[in-house]
Ligand binder design. Structure first.
Ligand SMILES: [Zn+2]
Length: 341
């Protein structure tokens, strides 16, 4: 951002003949953006996230297994949320489901759906930022025990909803994003990233106009290494395609959320290969810059004990706010972020 501001000021200096007022206004408008964003980020609260997560991860939704009745209930819940908040679908009317037929799924899965919502940009509506999380999980075991998947990925699901709500409030107050934002709740992640794969094969908006994907998969807990000081988040992928994305992500955190950004899993040498293991990878494969937000694994990962009572809601709110600020900057900065790697 510093470099861009510097360039912008240089251009202004030459074009207006060193008019100090214009230069001052340019600097001020960036400052105003920060204050505005802070206002709306404050609307992302522990209480709201908790309310939604206790429902998303409830026994009633039976572990949200792809194509099964519990997953459909979760899809309806997410859809009803967007309708209640007056957030439109990119598919028109009340159709918030991108239906994926069985032949595009695997292992005899029943048809399933990505849930989509959309906020249209005010200045560059054709440029799309995708904020995503998977809402499916593992279902039930053979004894009928439920995998509630509160962290995986109930946490990302409610984070995307909260971010959408914050942007919608901005829209209603005349401060909507300049670029468009697609809120993408993908299905079939646990079966092999199938929902995001379907999306990039049948994109609602051209991938060439998709400027970035911020993907959230598990942000409500702490792993063992960070238990004593859980004010952290692992970021994966931020510098792989766009230096600009990496820098702005760091700047937003330094300015607002002040989490410890941990790049351990971003190393190419990391044996876990997390960069390839969640939905953002389907976007990265298409040369779209991504950031994957992740708290690491823990003892309840992919166990029936991943329940909503174990979530750190204060931390979940702070991490959600980091994604929100980053989205705000991508959606509102003067230029589309550049791919340079
Ligand atoms: Zn997951």
């Amino acid at each position: 951002m510093k470099k861009n501001l510097f360039t912008a000021i240089l251009i202004l200096l030459f074009s207006v003949g060193f008019n100090n007022t214009v230069v001052a206004q340019a600097a001020e408008s960036i400052e105003v953006t920060g204050i505005l964003a802070k206002n709306y980020a404050a609307g992302i609260t522990e209480a709201d996230l908790k309310t939604h997560l206790y429902i998303i991860a409830s026994d009633e939704f039976e572990g949200r297994n792809t194509g099964e009745p519990g997953q459909k209930l979760a899809a309806e819940y997410i859809k009803d949320f967007y309708i209640a908040k007056n957030i439109a679908s990119p598919l028109g009317e009340n159709n918030y489901f991108q239906v994926i037929p069985t032949e595009n799924l695997r292992r005899n899965l029943k048809p399933s759906e990505n849930v989509v919502a959309f906020i249209k940009g005010s200045e560059f509506p054709d440029e799309i930022l995708v904020v995503s999380a998977h809402y499916d999980h593992l279902g039930m075991d053979k004894d009928g025990e439920i995998y509630n998947g509160a962290d995986d990925d109930g946490s990302g699901t409610v984070a995307v909803m909260a971010i959408a709500e914050a942007f919608q409030k901005a829209v209603e107050e005349g401060n909507g994003p300049k670029r468009s934002i697609l809120f993408l709740h993908v299905t079939g992640e646990e079966k092999g990233l199938l929902g995001s794969k379907y999306y990039v094969n049948y994109p609602i908006f051209p991938l060439a106009n998709t400027v970035s994907n911020l993907n959230i998969d598990m942000i409500g807990r702490s792993d063992e290494a960070n238990e004593k000081d859980p004010n952290y988040i692992y970021l994966i992928g931020s510098d792989k395609l766009s230096t600009e994305l990496h820098i702005l992500s760091e700047e937003m955190n330094n300015k607002f959320t002040k989490l410890k950004l941990d790049y351990t899993y971003n190393l190419d040498s990391d044996p876990n290969r997390f960069y390839y293991r969640s939905d953002h990878y389907n976007f990265a494969k298409n040369n779209i810059p991504v950031i994957f937000y992740f708290n690491g694994t823990h003892e309840n990962y992919h166990r029936i004990s991943d329940t909503p009572d174990k979530i750190n809601y204060e931390l979940l709110a702070k991490r959600t706010q980091l994604v929100f600020y980053t989205a705000w900057e991508i959606a509102n900065r003067e230029n589309r972020i550049k791919v340079d790697n």
